[in-house]
Design a protein around this ligand. Structure first.
Ligand SMILES: [Fe+2]
Length: 396
């Protein structure tokens, strides 16, 4: 049994009226575990021999009738025999503490994003491409994207296959209408705003998909010659937080009412999805952003929401366009930025297309695959980070 007081059960009380157990731990913390939860969790992890196909692993059919027949605590294992079905469960004390679901414990298991404005992001160190030849470097890169939703790399070979190689670190490439790799250049045959030379406001990509791209990569092969075409990146979580203070009604509305997004070219006119601009989880925390001001169709909402929603969109845009919010820089050949497209908005200043060729390549990987690989790396390092609940993104 662990000598750590956090995992030592000091007192065990059956609160039959509330159909739950109360456990007081060696460090004074109290956990409450409902019968139905303990019964359902019968397969963790003191019962390694249980067949996962066993039907008793389903949530109990009649939780209100569950009762304790016997309960023993022996060498850090809580063993319970349940009425009325006579089934048994065994739970290790440590596992129970690690899965305590009181508010504080759940919050502690939740990842807290690091919010940034332009100055903060500018001060973050770049990654050198060479760092990624080693597993520790890749892990550091993953953590930066998890925490800040953004990382910048330099020294990436300015070749067409480099982005594909880098994307492979995060997961399989998410193919779009424009293929696996999208060439952003003004002489492209693909008539989308990205391939024009005009200013492009802060937006997340492909909001017209139920699941927009997750981790997005932009690699510069050729920079514009006259200094235009700067990249801007905005932390949507910070913009949402600022909106919650400056205009709570707008924040509430954008987090509650989905609106429709459509594709941004004629070939995409029939590709559309609805989603919330500011996505919040069950705790009310902002976990995703879905936003563009360029391809929104006229709103299709109940009459009494039309004006409030236009006002709310305007208020959010004002936050996004705050001068100190974006990280702003001119990408050079070999620069690559990778960001969470369901958190970070990207934009571009106008440039002169006759002054030289500006050529970026873009591709994306799904966020769940990124999160999965990050957890595997944390598990290999024996870190609790593997259990952190990460932001659910723009699908929430
Ligand atoms: Fe874009």
């Amino acid at each position: 049994m662990s000598g750590d007081a956090r995992f030592r059960i000091e007192a065990l009380t059956d609160d039959a009226e509330a159909r739950r157990l109360r456990i007081r731990w060696g460090d004074g913390h109290e956990s409450r575990f409902h019968y139905v939860w303990l019964r359902h969790a019968c397969f963790y992890p003191a019962n390694p021999g249980l067949d996962p196909r066993n039907e008793t692993l389903r949530p109990p059919d009649d939780p209100d009738r569950l009762a304790l027949e016997t309960m023993t605590l022996d060498d850090g294992v809580l063993a319970i025999r349940w009425a009325p079905d006579g089934e048994s469960t065994r739970h290790e004390a440590r596992w129970l503490r690690e899965h305590c679901y009181c508010e504080d414990a759940r919050r502690a298991r939740k990842h807290r994003p690091s919010l940034w404005d332009g100055a903060t992001a500018m001060a973050l160190p770049w990654f050198a491409y060479d760092e990624l030849s080693d597993d520790e470097g890749v892990y550091r890169l993953f953590l930066r994207i998890r925490d800040h939703g953004l990382a910048r790399l330099r020294g990436v070979p300015a070749t067409r296959d480099a982005i594909e190689h880098l994307a492979g670190l995060f997961g399989p490439i998410h193919e779009t209408n424009y293929g696996r790799i999208f060439d952003v250049r003004t002489d492209s045959d693909i008539a989308v705003a990205a391939n024009k030379a005009s200013f492009l406001g802060p937006h997340t990509d492909e909001n017209y998909r139920h699941a927009p791209p997750g981790i997005s990569l932009f690699h510069c092969l050729e920079a514009s010659a006259n200094g235009g075409g700067e990249s801007l990146l905005v932390d949507g979580f910070l913009a949402a937080e600022r909106l919650s203070v400056s205009d709570p009604e707008a924040f509430e509305l954008l987090g509650r009412v989905p609106i429709r997004f459509v594709g941004d070219s004629h070939q995409n006119d029939h590709l559309w999805a609805e989603g919330r601009v500011i996505c919040r989880d069950g705790d009310g925390d902002v976990v995703g952003i879905r936003y563009t001001d360029r391809t929104l169709p006229p709103l299709d909402l109940p009459e009494d929401l039309i004006e409030p929603m236009y006002r709310a969109l305007r208020a959010f845009a004002q936050e996004l366009y705050s001068p100190n919010l974006p990280l702003r820089y001119l990408m050079r050949p070999g620069d690559l930025h990778v960001f969470d497209n369901q958190r970070v908005l990207h934009a571009r200043t106008a440039f002169d297309p006759t002054a030289g060729t500006r050529h970026l390549q873009q591709c994306a990987v799904d966020r769940d695959e990124f999160h999965y690989r990050l957890r595997l790396m944390a598990i290999r390092r024996g870190l609790d980070d593997a259990r952190l609940v990460m932001a659910g993104g723009a699908l929430a």
